[in-house]
Design a protein around this ligand. Structure first.
Ligand code: PLP
Length: 253
């Protein structure tokens, strides 16, 4: 499996969360680093993108020799990297889980505003499953969701850009953590009790990687998402304090 994402020096999110998830789910994880962040439990102190040629070269090295059963994309940073990655995954015969990472939990921008259009028109159409949270839905589509009722509208707005499936993550609403998976005809509502745990750094990366890991093992999209939701719910329940801020979800539960 391959993750195309940014490095989190604190080890809680990004490439590090992805590789831990892939290992925990019994797959071989490979990575294309798009950006390096200086980051800890308090936030992102700095971020540096890699040259787009370095992103392309990493991808080609891995896919041309080793091959890949599923790809996950996370933090991409710039429009140039978004467009290169969209082209690479569209040309690869493996399912792609696209986590359209916009802003970290601490409010740090992980995607340039100038890249939003490329995400909408190039990256989302190449996705097998797109996994936006409600902030990302609002940023990408203008649809603002304040209750479960709005999640169908959010999914329709995301699907309009062309991913095969949309997984709308309602975890930022109050009450149960409810997600909606749909391809425009089937609807799957996934519900889990809310864990009263602030140590949730890396949740989105972990969920998207777990979906990709299950797809790599040959599961259907609804089966993969259901298993991934179970995995991330356990990882959130086991999230633990590190540093002075928000600690990571745990992959060893
Ligand atoms: N850092 C990197 C490199 C990421 O890819 C992400 C999320 O995708 C984050 C930070 C944000 O993680 P969180 O919002 O869970 O704190």
């Amino acid at each position: 499996m391959l993750t195309v994402a940014g490095s989190d020096s604190g080890g809680g999110a990004g490439i590090q969360a992805d590789l831990k998830t892939m290992l925990a789910l019994g797959t071989h994880g490979m990575c294309v680093v798009t950006a390096v962040t200086a980051q800890n439990s308090l936030g992102v102190q700095g971020a540096w993108e890699l040259p787009v040629d370095a992103v392309r070269a990493q991808y080609r090295s891995v896919v041309d020799d080793i091959g890949v059963q599923a790809v996950k994309t996370g933090m991409l940073g710039s429009a140039e990297i978004v467009e290169a990655v969209a082209e690479l995954i569209a040309g690869t015969d493996a399912p792609a889980v696209v986590d359209p990472v916009g802003v970290s939990k601490h409010g740090d921008a992980l995607l340039a505003a100038s890249a939003l259009d490329s995400v909408r028109t190039k990256l989302l159409p190449a996705a097998t499953v797109a996994t936006p949270n409600l902030d990302e839905v609002a940023q990408l589509t203008g649809v603002r969701v304040e209750s479960e009722d709005g999640m169908r509208r959010a999914a329709a707005a995301v699907l309009a850009y062309g991913p095969a499936w949309a997984l709308i993550k309602g975890g930022h609403l109050s009450g149960d953590a409810v997600d909606l998976l749909t391809d425009g005809s089937e609807e799957h509502w996934l519900r889990s009790p809310r864990h009263d745990n602030r140590h949730t750094h890396g949740t989105g990366c972990t969920l998207a990687s777990a979906v990709a890991a299950q797809l790599a093992k040959g599961r259907s999209v609804p089966e993969a998402v259901a298993a991934a939701k179970e995995y991330v719910t356990g990882a959130i329940a086991a999230g633990f304090a590190l540093g002075g801020g928000i600690g990571p979800v745990d992959h060893g539960w």
